[in-house]
Design a binder for this molecule. Sequence first.
Ligand code: HEC
Ligand code: HEC
Ligand code: HEC
Ligand code: HEC
Length: 468
Amino acid sequence: MNVRRGVVIGSSVLALVGLMLCPRLSFGSDQLRAKEVIQQTCVQCHRLEGQPDSRFNLKAPDLIWAGSKYQRSWLIRWLTGKEAPLYAKGYRWDLTEVPSKHPMVTEAEANALADYFAEHNKDPRVKIGAFDLSKVTKFEAAFGGMAYKAHACLGCHVIDENGKFIGGPQSASLVAAGQRYDQDWLFRFGQNPQDYTPHSGEFLADATEPQLRAVIGFLMVQGVKDFKYYEPWTSAEFGMANVDRGKVIYKEYCSQCHGATGKGDGPAASSLLPKPAIHANIPFEKLPMEYLYNVVNHGGPAVGKSANMPYWNLTIGQQGVADVIAYLKATFKGVPDMAAAQRGGEGAVCVQPRQTAKAPDEFLTKTNPFPASAGTIQAGKELFLKTAQPVACAMCHGEKGDGKGPMGAALAPPPRNFTCGVMMKDISDGQLFWVIKSGSPGTGMMSFAGLPEEQVWQLIHYVRSLAK
Ligand code: HEC
Ligand code: HEC
Ligand code: HEC
Ligand code: HEC
């Protein structure tokens, strides 16, 4: 009896405290205030209900789904006047050429409005969790960036590329889109933009779901500092990778090109250029996991290499990729004398037979626009040894640039020996520039198309500094 009474008293005390702390009451009045602001101000230009309609029938973007579209912090900044206009030519560019100055509200009102939208303007079509931000990989975002350009998005939406705003300002700016949109809303929008903005000049891309996800991933990292990319090689599948299963996969799916013992002599190899890599010569433990994962999972072109190296994700799945990589690491340790050769630099062929294609004329005439200063060479060195993507040059060309990197021995023809002054002096800047940007067709020299021009020139200065 006593006990029960204790519980009853206890819980009513709790309820009382709860009532005192509960923001419900003030929330209620905030909601009233928000409604007032909306009815007095916002609805002069915005619609909060109704069916999607052409921009030419509207005064401002619809707020019908405002409770699902924005990240709250962005919405508060926007409403308190801390964000740049989204439509550089004005929302109604048929009526004006200038962006509008948006009405401002106080911080408290902005918060009340955000609460109001969250309560009343949810978009029922949006599936919470449809887009998992924590699974966006660096590769996916970069691929999304390419798809963004390949699908004309740049034509109508501005983005920030290395600090420069590029693209056509016809529609909403997508600069710092990752701070603005809710990812699930953005994904739903991408599935069919016309559900939101019919006949506004919007564009329907013919994108597969993986492409759409990549583009959304790309947009969601725009303006997000230190975005934490997902690293698939840290997933559970890799934790339980199995060498024996990997061995079976290698036999069934890899040996046809790379050969039963990894010598690059499978039946398909004879007519391929470049030749399948000689796995037997690669010390796989030394390869960065990111590169290894991307070339096996996403295929050659994903790392600037031959399209004859297939993408395996669909065929063998994440577990299969993990297993076959475990097999590569357990089986292939590289050429024994490579290490010695790297240390002594002995046996490095100086003048290599060079059948490299000649760069097109517009490249051949280029000269390095940057001075060969210590700073430039240092920047080139950093890229060469460590940071160049998809993989550092040193992995093939060697730490010393003598062509004896861990992956070099897998390739025919072998990587260029940059220490060979006699040979390098006859190769022009423009030629080097072209090969780095587009790769050397039919060889293992991949394209570094993603490197900004300035970095390519820094690399060229560094490469030249190696010649003896
Ligand atoms: C005088 C017309 C006008 C009024 C009043 C107005 N807005 Fe806007 N609003 C606009 C225009 C125009 C844009 C497009 C902004 C641009 O060009 O960058 C916009 C953009 C927005 C956006 C971003 C929309 C998007 O998804 O692109 C939000 C959110 C917004 N307004 C909320 C409000 C709220 C809340 C109120 C009421 C406090 C309000 N606006 C009052 C004209 C108005
Ligand atoms: C021909 C011009 C055009 C092209 C190309 C285009 N868009 Fe749009 N986009 C629009 C228009 C118009 C809207 C509707 C919003 C508005 O009225 O400006 C829109 C809306 C959007 C929005 C929502 C903006 C907002 O805040 O409401 C996103 C996100 C978007 N587009 C992404 C893309 C992507 C990704 C691509 C490439 C696959 C693309 N767009 C290609 C014109 C274009
Ligand atoms: C249809 C032929 C073919 C098949 C099958 C194939 N590969 Fe390849 N692979 C290639 C070619 C060609 C290259 C060289 C690409 C280049 O250098 O541009 C390559 C390169 C590679 C590389 C990169 C080495 C480097 O130098 O960067 C790895 C790793 C690799 N393959 C692993 C595999 C694995 C694992 C499998 C089986 C799951 C496989 N490959 C199946 C043709 C194939
Ligand atoms: C996967 C291995 C690999 C990587 C990584 C690699 N290279 Fe190469 N590179 C080669 C091979 C193989 C050749 C020889 C190609 C040929 O003979 O045409 C080569 C040739 C070259 C040449 C010679 C061009 C000529 O006309 O003779 C240059 C310059 C070059 N690479 C620069 C780089 C730079 C800079 C990087 C890093 C950003 C890099 N490479 C990364 C394999 C690689």
